[in-house]
Design a protein around this ligand. Structure first.
Ligand code: ARG
Ligand code: ZN
Length: 435
């Protein structure tokens, strides 16, 4: 309700309601998203930004609230443009001689085609019991948690589940530990997470695919997969993920609201305590890249930090799955600098990319994140390397290269899962052969 109408409304209803100020305050509640947000006629444009003048223009459009960035690298940017702003934005681009292509013509149409409803009959026919997880569609939090429960009950010899904390909406954050060869004395571990960003559904499904391979295909995996202890969290941001399913498909952050007059959500990948807030992060709570009130302010961040720091030395690898762009990125992200062991880190990144290429023939680009994409401080890969001292720390940006962006069709779930598996297996191989 508009402000002045609200005042009138409150005056007229004063008799029925306890106090005038209370009535005015109630206005806040109406700001919550109650209905599902739709994106009819909204578009994604890829704009060429090869020089700083072009990048400045994009920044201006962003500051005016006319666009939202989906993806940036050193030569282009994908921007989401609402239908109402479409003309203004396109005119500005044309006048500034910024060339662009329409990548997604109607975001809502893409969303409508994205996730077909579940067919319970088919699940029954396939003889699946105890859970309904498939790799044919994107699943909600409940389905995923039931699947995890199922695995821990059915395969207690190889699967261990530990609750390491709770999200802001009190959803348990659960790490799945899998070690195939219980008798191996090897103590090397790899950390794997997905879904730190809510809308990147393919990251969640791909990490689930990896878990599924480890459990159901354990007898035919490469032998180096047996000795590594995998510590896996498929949805690091369950509140945001749920919100992106139920209310706002393109939600990125978590769902914390630190104070009454702040916006909802911190960008969990700007919240980690290593060069926190220095670059590419915002101090404004309404921003998509809001860093949080302080370093490690968010429960989701805290839970992982506490868990890894109990025994940081055993972690030899750290992989955080995101989308999109098809990149394997390594530190530092806070500045265009590389760590002293970057030659090794780059080489192993390349080994992962080669394994992916062998699996699906898709190309992934390997390199330093600040150089290939943009400097951004407070991301988990930097923390893993800088604080937990995990040598092989990477952010993997999964499919695609922009055709569908975050709205990747479910027919891509299986093959992207195979890419994630290939990357993990390649890393595990390198780590297990290193002294
Ligand atoms: N797309 C990721 C993000 O913006 C990339 C993070 C890369 N790592 C980094 N330290 N900046 O969160
Ligand atoms: Zn992300």
């Amino acid at each position: 309700m508009e402000g002045c109408f609200r005042v009138l409304y409150c005056v007229f209803t004063l008799l029925a309601i306890s106090t005038f100020t209370e009535c005015l305050e109630n206005n806040d509640e109406h700001q919550d998203v109650e209905e599902k947000i739709t994106y009819n006629g909204d578009q994604v444009l890829r704009v060429e930004t090869v020089n700083s003048k072009q990048r400045k223009k994009i920044k201006e459009l962003e500051n005016q609230g006319l666009i939202e960035k989906w993806f940036t690298n050193s030569t282009s940017v994908d921007i989401m443009v609402k239908k109402v702003n479409s003309e203004t934005v396109k005119n500005t681009l044309n006048n500034g001689s910024l060339s662009f292509n329409i990548f997604i013509d109607d975001i809502q149409r893409a969303i409508n085609n994205e996730n077909p409803p579940i067919n319970e009959d088919e699940l029954e026919l396939s003889g699946r019991q105890g859970h309904n997880l498939t790799f044919e569609r994107y699943h909600k939090v409940d389905d995923i948690y039931k699947y995890i429960d199922h695995l821990s009950q059915e395969y207690p010899d190889i699967v261990e589940v530990e609750t390491i904390g709770k999200s802001h909406e009190n959803v348990p954050l659960r790490v799945i530990r899998i070690k195939l060869d219980r008798n191996s004395t090897d103590t090397k571990a790899i950390w794997i997470d997905g879904g730190i960003h809510a809308r990147e559904w393919i990251a969640v499904s791909s990490v689930l695919y990896l878990i599924n391979e480890l459990v159901y295909n354990r007898d035919s995996l490469e032998s180096h997969m047996n000795n590594i202890e995998f510590h896996i969290i498929p949805i690091l941001n369950p509140d945001g993920y749920k919100h992106s399913h139920e209310k706002e498909r393109l939600w990125r952050k978590n769902r914390n609201k630190p104070s009454a007059n702040s916006c909802v959500g911190a960008d969990l990948n700007r919240n980690w305590d290593y060069h926190w807030g220095e670059t590419g992060a915002s101090k404004y709570s309404c921003a998509e890249i809001y860093r949080g009130v302080k370093a490690s302010s968010e429960r989701e961040t805290q839970a992982v930090v506490k868990y890894i720091m109990k025994n940081p030395n055993k972690f030899k690898g750290f992989l955080t799955f995101h989308s999109y762009g098809q990149y394997i990125l390594y530190p530092w992200g806070y500045a265009k600098r590389v760590p002293s062991d970057h030659t090794e880190v780059h080489r192993v990144g390349q080994v992962m990319a080669t394994a992916i290429k062998k699996a699906t023939s898709n190309e992934y680009t390997v390199g330093n994140s600040a150089t290939l994409l943009y400097p951004a401080a407070g991301a988990s890969d930097d923390w893993a390397k800088g604080v937990a001292k995990i040598k092989y720390s990477y952010t993997v940006e999964l499919k695609d290269t922009g055709k569908y962006g975050f709205i990747l069709p479910p027919t891509e779930i299986l093959s992207t899962g195979k890419e994630a598996y290939a990357a993990v297996s390649a890393l595990a191989n390198e780590i297990s052969s290193e002294k």
